[in-house]
Ligand binder design. Structure first.
Ligand SMILES: NC(=O)c1ccc[n+]([C@@H]2O[C@H](COP(=O)([O-])OP(=O)(O)OC[C@H]3O[C@@H](n4cnc5c(N)ncnc54)[C@H](OP(=O)(O)O)[C@@H]3O)[C@@H](O)[C@H]2O)c1
Length: 299
């Protein structure tokens, strides 16, 4: 019997690259979709060129696919209009996947409660989930807060702030709670969902064992790096203003850092833990995830 075809979109991104490597160990026929024809994800992997904003490029990528991972977001393309680009991309994906009779889709998006106060970035991630769920295939939606791993935009922002600024004046939202998760655990959940049909069509919150504030995240990161941090939350600093200085300090582009910083006001913690019963993992602590990520960067 031929192996099922599994498509990874966003295969050249932070999560996409790691997932691709992990899927190599599975008994599936792996296909990666990249925007630039020249981009090679990993030697020996079938790579097809496709851009979700250009529907005509999607037919070859979708042909014969059983399960597709949706790991695309448009923030890096500029702050202006990213919500519209993400909406268009998801709608084009749904149309192409339905035409190719894709059976399952697995989407990794953001945690956050629905409501008017939700940041534009998190709202947009939820909108993408709704668009995917409207498709004639079963969508599994994994909702994560900040993912701790070398190369991840949020992680690189925290790292640069801690390493470059001993004293930080921050918006009061740094006292918001969040539930970070190690990238290795995210990859285990993504692969686990593909292998476990019970997750088909479900929405699951995924998070690590620690529920901490962003302030505590930076302080703990600082301690691991042997640095003392002084963080002074002030009420007057707007996310827009702070994203500009974060832009100066970190390697992350303002188009990406601004929506992420806007999201700091929203509490992002798991409200349900069904995934822990379906896919049992020994979850990595925040401190171990940071140590592991730093070790990867220096290896
Ligand atoms: N990183 C985190 O901390 C975090 C936390 C929670 C949830 N997530 C979710 O995880 C998913 C993956 O995020 P990530 O951190 O891996 O992001 P990333 O590194 O920015 O990767 C995003 C990918 O999307 C691709 N892409 C953008 N526009 C596209 C288009 N029009 N057509 C096809 N591909 C397109 C990019 O392609 P190019 O390589 O060509 O630019 C890139 O490979 C997202 O849904 C995100 O919301 C991430």
């Amino acid at each position: 019997m031929s192996r099922k075809i599994v498509l990874v979109t966003g295969a050249n991104g932070f999560i996409g690259r790691l997932l691709t490597r992990a899927l190599l160990a599975e008994d599936v026929q792996l296909r990666c979709m990249v925007r630039k024809a020249a981009a090679v994800v990993e030697e020996g992997i079938e790579t097809v060129q496709g851009d979700l904003l250009e529907p005509s490029t999607l037919t070859a990528a979708m042909a014969g696919v059983d399960t597709a991972y949706y790991l695309v977001h448009a923030m890096a393309g500029g702050r202006a209009g990213f919500e519209r680009r993400d909406r268009d991309a998801a709608e084009n994906f749904v149309r192409a996947a339905e035409k190719a009779a894709v059976r399952r889709v697995i989407y990794l998006g953001g945690l956050g409660e629905t409501g008017d106060d939700l940041s534009e970035h998190l709202k947009s991630r939820l909108e993408v989930a709704d668009i995917l769920r409207s498709g004639k295939f079963a969508t599994t939606f994994l909702r994560a807060a900040i993912i701790i791993g070398a190369g991840g935009a949020s992680f690189e922002m925290v790292k640069a702030l801690v390493e470059r600024l001993p004293v930080m004046i921050t918006p009061r939202w740094v006292t918001t709670l969040c539930q970070p998760i190690a990238v290795e655990d995210v990859i285990s959940y993504l692969v686990g969902c593909m292998k476990d049909e019970r997750t088909s069509g479900g929405t699951f919150d995924i998070g690590g064992p620690d529920v901490i504030t962003y302030k505590e995240m930076m302080e703990r990161f600082g301690r691991i790096r042997g640095r003392n941090l002084y963080i002074l939350p002030v009420p007057v600093l707007t996310p827009r203003l702070s994203s500009y200085w974060v832009g100066f300090i970190t390697p992350v582009a303002p188009s990406v850092s601004m929506p992420l910083i806007e999201g700091l006001k929203n509490e992002v913690i798991c409200r349900e833990h069904t995934i822990r019963e379906l896919i049992p993992l020994t979850l990595t602590s925040y401190d171990d995830a940071v140590r592991r990520s730093l070790a990867v960067e220096h290896s």
